[in-house]
Design a protein around this ligand. Structure first.
Ligand code: SF4
Ligand code: SF4
Length: 351
């Protein structure tokens, strides 16, 4: 992982054009330059030069960033704000007892012990044998809910699914600057992958997919490919039909690399009426959910998403990221149902 000082040149390349302000969901609510990449880079330049200390106040502003990457896609200098903020947070993490305690509990108690217990009881399906084999990376969602949907869908396409007992992909640790835990998750991933002898990985979660792909930034010599389940469905031109007509809308997770495959499924499944919501690709606010002290700011974000969903008239919202799914469910207030797209297809298609 790179330390903040190694990003000095990148931070310096920010021209202060302010284009990031026009797309940043948090800046639109706060109107405060310290909550968008332009202002954050000004502060971080001060930190790198030694003029500013990486204080609680700076950390609070960095915490407000949703890591949605909307600004990076728009930035003329092509600056990857998520990696830079993670490195800045790593500086803070090293000296913060409370941050270390919080992530110790998350790693050892919630994701460690908690998920291990749940994993024993989650439904597992044995795959049929085929010549083509893929590895399923289910992440935390896979541990909670098993693998039967993905195994059934891929087996129907003549693909065998191997399900090793992978840990978390490590994304919560990377974005919060706990690089040592992130590296442990990455190491564990490669150890388990190498034991299988298979290099093609399939996921159902956009955030897991993006994180596993990102391992290549630090482990260039590793040979593997990562796809989501929807790429296989489109590649095979699967003809899908729901048992009953259903009107749906879709929330696009910020981490989703390829919406075209999902759009193809939404538009080509018989009995499925897809209504695109306004700002369907705007962040749901997942990274703000854990910051209860910022609830007033985050509430505005959730309110807007909720309104856009209601306006479609659909009672079913689909998405493809475990985190987005949980946030959207929490703020649905019983007005609509939220489902992971893979599970929705598994339960509703004519077999
Ligand atoms: S869009 Fe990029 S270059 Fe322009 S102010 Fe924002 S971070 Fe700097
Ligand atoms: S990543 Fe998203 S929330 Fe963070 S500064 Fe960029 S646009 Fe704003």
């Amino acid at each position: 992982m790179k330390c903040l000082a190694e990003y000095e040149e990148k931070i310096h390349s920010c021209s202060k054009c302010g284009l990031c302000q026009s797309v940043c969901p948090i800046y639109k609510i706060t109107g405060n330059d310290c909550t968008v990449s332009r202002g954050q880079f000004i502060m971080l330049r001060g930190v790198v030069k030694g003029d500013l200390k990486m204080s609680k106040t700076i950390n609070r502003y960095l915490d407000l960033c949703l890591k949605c990457n909307a600004c990076s896609k728009f930035c003329p200098a092509g600056i990857d704000v998520v990696d830079i903020i993670a490195s800045a947070k790593a500086e803070f993490f090293q000296h913060s007892f409370w941050a270390k305690l919080k992530y110790f509990i998350l790693k050892h108690i919630i994701l460690g012990l908690g998920l291990k217990i749940v994993n024993i009881f989650s439904p597992k399906k044995k795959s049929q044998k085929f010549d083509k084999k893929v590895i399923y990376f289910g992440g935390c969602g896979g541990k909670l809910e098993g693998n039967k949907e993905i195994v059934t869908l891929l087996n129907s396409m003549g693909i065998e699914v191997i399900t090793p007992d992978f840990d978390c992909c490590g994304i919560p640790f990377f974005t919060e600057g706990d690089f040592s835990s992130f590296e442990q998750y990455m190491k564990s991933f490669f150890e388990k992958l190498e034991q299988t002898g298979v290099t093609e990985i399939v996921t159902t979660c956009a955030s897991c997919e993006k994180t596993i792909k990102s391992y290549k930034k630090w482990c260039e010599n590793k040979e593997y490919t990562v796809k989501n389940i929807f790429e296989y469905i489109k590649e095979q031109n699967l003809s899908l039909e729901l048992k009953n007509p259903i009107k749906v809308t879709f929330h696009k997770p910020c981490n989703l690399a390829n919406f075209e495959d999902i759009e193809w499924i939404l538009n080509n499944t018989k009995n499925l009426e897809y209504i695109q919501m306004k700002d369907f690709d705007k962040c749901c606010g997942l990274n703000g959910i854990s910051k209860l002290k910022e609830y007033k700011i985050m509430k505005n974000l959730y309110k807007e998403k909720h309104k856009n969903i209601i306006n479609t008239g659909a009672k079913t919202v689909l998405t493809s990221c475990l985190g987005c799914e949980k946030v959207l469910k929490l703020f649905s207030f019983g007005k609509y149902n939220v489902h992971d797209l893979t599970k929705f297809l598994y339960r509703n298609i004519k077999k």
